[in-house]
Design a binder for this molecule. Structure first.
Ligand code: SF4
Length: 213
């Protein structure tokens, strides 16, 4: 079947409506949130963001000693590692004078390479930043996308980048579509396609293969 990705997107968008992601008050908060959410739930990230809120400016985090930063983000788990990752990210961000507009001028591929070269920034974190901080259309591959597409009946590559490229090849390169698609898949995984799926009234139920093995 041709372009199942567009079909899934359309159905989810019709059902859940615009999500308006990322859930953050500022772009810098979004960047920090994308590092804090590694290997933990958003609930734990929210607690950490609340504690670190008064420091959510690049210069303030830069001046904050590493161990103090680690304590403030404790509830996000792996806090010593994440504090180092935030500091490493800031070192890179400072090269551009903490100016998002300067970074946005970079081409998507070269910016992605720069992000991936920062210690502790993996593909998923880099792509979330590319999408929500630097406004580059890109498909974020996460556990929810893998789960939903597999259950739906799509045979997706195991490799992160091959998965991402396969989806992107079938979709228009529109920032808003990719913005919404990631958020909609997260919402769908929480509302219907949970670990134990709630297929009744799922917006994809009539076309889904419901592969659960
Ligand atoms: S029908 Fe069930 S398995 Fe398929 S997407 Fe919906 S909740 Fe997931």
């Amino acid at each position: 079947m041709k372009n199942e990705y567009q079909f899934i997107y359309n159905r989810l968008f019709e059902h859940y409506g615009p999500q308006g992601w990322w859930p953050a008050e500022t772009r810098f908060e979004m960047m920090i949130g994308s590092i804090l959410v590694q290997n933990t739930s958003w609930r734990n990230v929210e607690k950490a963001l609340l504690k670190v809120k008064t420091y959510l400016e690049p210069e303030a985090i830069e001046n904050l000693p590493l161990d103090e930063l680690a304590q403030l983000i404790r509830s996000s788990g792996f806090f010593n590692i994440k504090a180092k990752r935030i500091k490493a990210y800031l070192e890179w961000f400072k090269i551009y004078d903490y100016d998002v507009d300067k970074i946005k001028k970079l081409e998507r591929g070269s910016l992605r390479k720069e992000l991936l070269a920062i210690s502790g920034i993996g593909r998923e974190t880099a792509d979330v930043m590319l999408l929500y901080a630097f406004e580059k259309p890109i498909f974020v591959v996460d556990a929810y996308a893998r789960r939903i597409f597999y259950r739906f009946g799509l045979d997706m590559p195991k490799s992160y980048d091959a998965f991402r490229q396969q989806v992107e090849a079938e979709l228009p390169k529109e920032l808003r579509l990719f913005d919404e698609f990631h958020a909609l898949l997260v919402e769908h995984a929480k509302e219907h396609c949970r670990s134990t799926p709630m297929c009744n009234q799922c917006p994809l139920v009539d076309r889904c293969a419901k592969r659960l093995d």
